[in-house]
Structures are given as C-alpha cells and as structure tokens.
Design a protein around this ligand. Structure first.
Ligand code: GDG
Length: 492
C-alpha cells in the first residue's frame, strides 16, 4: 500500500539527480495578515496533501499564483520564499498577476470558458477573446518563471489543471529536452460534441500534446480526450499504448483517480477536537434527536445543490411523517463570486431554501439549514460525523473528494453516502446509493432508502468502500504518476 513514507522513499531514491517542479494556480502556503502579524496557512486539498511531502524530500520548486494579501512581504525579489515556515524544505515561487490578468486568465478564460465547457451542465461557456489573450499571457509568464528556475539543469515538471493548457508548449519551446512534463486534468474532459464549440480548441489540444504524460481521473475522460484529438487534429492515436503521437512526439494518456489521505483523516476523526467540533455544531444547529442529512460543497453550479434541496422538498411531500424528524444541513463556501452565474446561484439558493422551509416548517422546526462558511479541518470532520446521510449530487464532477473524505472519516462505519453517478468517485464507490440528480423522483426515493437502510447493511457497504479508499489513497495517486514520469528518459 502507498503511504506518505513510501512516496517519499521513491522520490529520494529516484529523483535526487533532477529538479522537480510543480506548477498550479493555487499555492500550497499562503501568507495573510492576522491581528497585525503575518501568518502562514497551508492550503487544503488532495494535491497539496500529496505533493507537499514530496517537495519536502526532494527540495523542489512549487510555482503558483501569489494571491495572499501578505505574500509579497515575505518573498525575495524573485517572488521566492522557503516553506513550510517551521521547517523550510523547498521553494515556493510566487507569480504576481495584475488585476486584469487575474480577471482575464482566472475568472475569464479558465472559469467562464473552460470550466463550463468541460462540465457540460448546460451553462453556456463565454469565449471572450480578451480573456483568451490574458490566458496566453499568463501561461507565458508561468513558462518564463519556470525556465528561469531551471536554468541549465534537467527537470521534471508536474503541471496541474485547466488553467495551464498552453504551458507545456511554451515550456518545450523554451527548454526543449531539458524538461519532462506531466499534466493532471482535475475536471472532466467532455465528449467531442461538447468540446468542438470551443473557438480555441486546436491551440488547447496542441498545447496539451506537448506533455509527455497527461492524466485524467477516469478512463472515460481519457477516451473522450482521445476521441477529441482524433476528430480535431492530424495526429496518430495508438490505442494499444494509449497515447497520441503528433509530429513525432508521443503523449501517454492515463487514468489516475485522485483520492484523500485515508489514514490521516481516519486518525484525526477519532480525536477529541473533532468530538468537540461535532458537539458544537449540533448545538449551533439545534440538532438533538434528528436524523441529519448533509451536503458540503463550494457553492458551484456543477454541484447540483438546487437539485438536492428540491429532492428534500419532494421527500417531505411523499413522506410527511419525516417532518420534525429530519434536518438537511448544507454547508458551502462561497466561490468565484466575481462571476455573475455564481452570484445568481447564490440568490437562487436563498430563495429556494426560504420557499421550501416556509412550505414545510412546523413550530420551531425547519427542514433546511443553509450555511455559508469555511470550516476548519476539525470542524469539517465533526460535520461529517453528524451525518446519517451525506448527499453528493454533482451534475458532473471530475472526482469529488467530499464523498471520499466522508467515508474516510467514518471510523464507526455509519452514515449512508448518496452519490451522483456523474462523479468520477462513483466508479470506485459502487456501494453508495447512486443517483441521477436530474431525476428528481429517483433522487427523493434514494434519500428515503438511505434513511431506512438497515445498520448492518450500512456497515457492510461502508467497510467495503473504506478499504477501497484506504488502498487507492492520495499517495498512490501521486506515486503512480511520478513512477510513470520516471520511466521517461531525458534525450540529449
Ligand atoms: C476539483 C474537481 C476533483 C469544502 N468546504 C470546506 C472544505 N472543502 C474541501 C472539501 C474537499 C474540497 O474542498 C472540495 O473538493 P472536491 O473534489 O469536492 O471539488 P472541487 O473543489 O470542485 O475540485 C473535483 C478535485 O478538483 C481534485 O482533483 O475531485 O472533481 O472539480 O476536500 O473538504 N474544506 C474545509 N473547510 C470547508 O469549509 N477545511
């Protein structure tokens, strides 16, 4: 089984002669002002959990957008700072973006064009040429920064996500055979029919094919990518090797399902701090003898939150005997608020919760509690611990880590996972109650089934799914990608 230690061991043995560089939009550490002092916070999420320990043993360089308010105060003239603060082991190189660049590259092309394009949830992507120009410019800026760090050395570069489709091309142009490139795509790759509306599709595909290795969460996304290339470019698809050859350069395409730190979450979930957090949350929301249904997401139109609330509505209509017995708590951090569709979704959620609570409320009981807040890690695990049912109803999702975190934290093997069949996670977690979030009747029926599922059956299913996550943990994800990367040899 892959562990943090075995991953570190692999890096120590095999990677020590080369430079290892990670590029992502989001940084692993952010500096902020707190009560007049500067504080450093570690970012959350699978990529940081897996790659931070890797970077710590190989003394690599992590290149990311410096978005923290105090970031510039702690960096040198090249935007560099050693991290983690208590035990500096690698270099974080921050890229500074102007407001216009952030607007065009991040909010614009990345999140108003590529995000809806790849999720195919019937949100029309906005392809704005000015955004695209900023996207190119920022990809170039990152490439130059990486090239400057590499100098005359040889380096493995591991690129994250849809913000950097042109970076592989710019890096190979600047550095040629000095770099071996892997790229992981965290969101779905859509079918060709969906992708072909993109005016910049050729540049995007050509950019990505400068990678040596390109990873997606599941085989289905790999197949969609190959199909898109086949229909759009002059390139050879090798179905046996699962690769694309364009102008003599081969890109290997592979599925690597991302995951969570199962052991870490499972251990911390048993701590007193998490117990306390659960008690506090129950008190805050007035949960006593209620059956609790949970949702936790960034507030995003891909996550199927209105569908979830409507399913609760229908559940109460069909089963009025559940009134005063159940409560659905939806926790959600606000995200990408500069984009009008996100603002509109927030307003829609407020109105929907208000309407449904009004319809069903009795005495001091309301069926839905909607909270927009960031939880600390202990609170997050305490929150999961409260759930009799956890609802993940994404309309489309690359993987979905909430589903895996919920199960990893439930050392008691309790709590039923209701999971959208349109998440990457549903390919592994087949013992969840699977739903189509567009099918309201089926969704409400699934919630009912989840509430009445016998305890021994819940335990049987959870024990199976927990051992799948334990095996296929986040260290395996990183270990598999890095092992594949190490098979490439630097050409002279
Ligand atoms: C993209 C893909 C893919 C949320 N609220 C709080 C909090 N979170 C954490 C969760 C979870 C993470 O955010 C969300 O991860 P997801 O995987 O669910 O979704 P995306 O943000 O859309 O991520 C997705 C992922 O990349 C990785 O490849 O799975 O498909 O869309 O870890 O716990 N964490 C804390 N407080 C909160 O309030 N501490």
């Amino acid at each position: 089984m892959w562990t943090r230690k075995s991953l570190q061991q692999l890096i120590k043995e095999k990677l020590s002669d080369y430079l290892f560089i990670v590029v992502s939009n989001r940084q692993p550490y952010v500096h902020i002002f707190k009560k007049g002092n500067i504080e450093c916070q570690r970012g959350a999420g699978g990529v940081i959990t897996a790659l931070d320990p890797v970077m710590q043993v190989c003394d690599g360089i992590w290149v990311a957008y410096g978005n923290g308010e105090a970031d510039r105060k702690v960096t040198d003239a090249q935007g560099k700072v050693r991290v983690p603060p208590q035990n500096p082991a690698y270099t974080l190189k921050r890229i500074w973006l102007t407001r216009a660049e952030e607007e065009g590259y991040y909010y614009g092309y990345s999140n108003e064009a590529l995000w809806p394009l790849c999720h195919t949830v019937f949100q029309r992507p906005i392809f704005n040429d000015e955004d695209w120009q900023y996207y190119i410019k920022v990809n170039q800026k990152f490439a130059e920064a990486v090239a400057q760090e590499i100098g005359g050395k040889k380096a493995f570069v591991f690129i994250q996500d849809y913000h950097f489709t042109l970076l592989p091309k710019f890096l190979k142009e600047l550095l040629g055979n000095q770099v071996i490139l892997a790229h992981f795509w965290h969101i779905p790759w859509p079918s060709y029919e969906a992708f072909r509306i993109c005016p910049q599709r050729k540049e995007i595909l050509e950019g990505l094919l400068f990678n040596d290795l390109l990873g997606f969460h599941i085989r289905y996304h790999c197949d969609n990518f190959l199909e898109t290339v086949d229909r759009e470019l002059e390139a050879k698809i090798d179905r046996e090797r699962f690769s694309v050859i364009k102008q003599g350069h081969e890109t290997i395409i592979r599925p690597y399902p991302i995951s969570v730190d199962f052991e870490g979450i499972n251990d911390i979930a048993q701590s007193n701090k998490v117990k306390e957090a659960e008690i506090n949350l129950r008190q805050e929301f007035g949960l006593t003898n209620h059956k609790v249904l949970l949702g936790l997401d960034r507030i995003d139109y891909t996550k199927g939150i209105p569908e979830r609330i409507s399913a609760i509505d229908l559940l109460l209509k069909v089963h009025p005997e559940l009134k005063q017995k159940i409560v659905f708590v939806q926790m959600g951090e606000l995200s990408r608020l500069h984009i009008s569709k996100y603002k509109a979704l927030n307003d829609e959620l407020n109105a929907l919760v208000e309407e449904i609570n009004w319809k069903h409320q009795e005495q001091d009981w309301k069926p839905i509690i909607l909270v927009r807040r960031h939880l600390s890690f202990y609170e997050l695990l305490g929150f999961y611990k409260m759930g009799d049912v956890c609802i993940v109803s994404s309309l489309h999702d690359g993987m979905n880590l909430v589903a895996k975190e919920f199960l990893s934290s439930r050392f008691d093997e309790k709590g039923v996972l209701v999971l959208s069949q349109f998440t990457g996670a549903s390919r592994e977690l087949t013992d969840a109650i699977l739903i189509n979030p567009y099918d309201l009747q089926q969704f409400a029926e699934a919630l009912w089934q989840a509430l009445i599922l016998p305890e021994d059956e819940v335990k049987r299913r959870n024990s199976k799914m927990r051992s799948i996550i334990q095996q296929n943990n986040i260290y395996r994800w990183a270990g598999k990608i890095i092992s594949e990367l190490l098979k490439f040899e630097f050409k002279e």
